[in-house]
Design a protein around this ligand. Sequence first.
Ligand code: LMR
Ligand code: MN
Length: 430
Amino acid sequence: KDSITSAEDKKIRKELDAADKLVDDGDYDTALKKFDALLDIFPNSPRALYGRAQAEDKVAEKWKSNEWLQTCIDTYGKVPSQKNCPKELKKQALMRQANRLSFYGKLRQAVKAMGRLNELVPGEPEILNQLGVSYLMVGNNNAAKRVFGEVMQIRPEDGFAQVHLGFILKSETRYDEAIPLLREGIQTGEEGTIDGRFFFHLGDALYRTGQPEEYWYKNGADRGLFASMYQRSLYNEPNLRAQPFWTPEDGGDNFIRAVKRLESSWRIIRAEGLKNMDAEKGVFLPEEENLKNTGDWKQFTLFQRGKKQEANCKRAPETCSIISFIKDATGCTRGQVKYSIMQPGTHVWPHTGPTNCRLRMHLGLVIPKNGTRLRVADDIRTWQEGKVLIFDDSFEHEVWQEADSYRMILIIDMWHPDLTDKQKKTLTPI
Ligand code: LMR
Ligand code: MN
């Protein structure tokens, strides 16, 4: 601990070490008292402050207390401004402060703490990498790109910077640049590089540029990053049945009832879809997740993350009232209810939904006789008017619309039937 102990703190080194040990041993109350006693006499002792922050940090963790969390964040923040605070201690305090801030969801403040740290010790790859991650978390991809680029100037073979830069370039559809970065970054095996997101987007970028992708999906599945080669969702709950297509019976009573309700009201649902299709522009919005290869694909959303879209439901009141009886759909905070219209000439790239916690129902509303297909894993099917198709969109799926007129369906995401009520209530929305 020499590097974090100032000349003044050396004089009370024994007491400081003893108090730290109390924290290590889990006796946080006594540790806090000890640090307070030390701070009474040496109010500017950097290590006493840091020790106190660590004790508060542990208490916050133990009691899952946000108040203590904020307290430790504040104390960590005071450490670097103490007179004669060793650089190494400033580093550790700011690093942990930023980490706790992002844990608390205070992402902008986390960026600030990392920025402060980067000014203190410029040009350190580890710090720049963490700064890059915090920029990514606030959605500032350009700043993140700049920072990861800076790391690669300093250390071209830095795997962490490579995968993150590759990830950002992939999201900008710069596949040719993204691919080598993702591949080489993963191949370093460095901490933080073996992450499902990087395998996911490397495979996708390869596929979209006509190169073999299976190796990375298999590799990801072998490492446990994916449930399987085909099921590549990244927000998963354990022990849920997983199969590409489902029957209503597979889903149990709630599913059987929901399908009956939808199939018996499909003409009303279709009429409201058609009415809004003809309405002024801006009701049906283009798909925005960059899943489309060619064509025209638009959606009109009624429920999203378990929230009714009031304005849209006013435009489709009967449909929303029909859906409101299906609690596993209206309450599904990891899904949506939406109309989906696909025009001829549309191809949707093979893709995978974010979570295994939902199953996706498609109610056929306007289905051309020939030329539309949905592939889920190895199974290709098509829609029928007035009939519900159920699949698990955490499996890779792909859509072709090669008919001579448009196709309209209603998509209804349902909580996976194997989830408990508690899971349905507490899972974070997606
Ligand atoms: C999907 O859910 O990805 C697609 O199948 C949606 C659609 O409109 O076909
Ligand atoms: Mn999909």
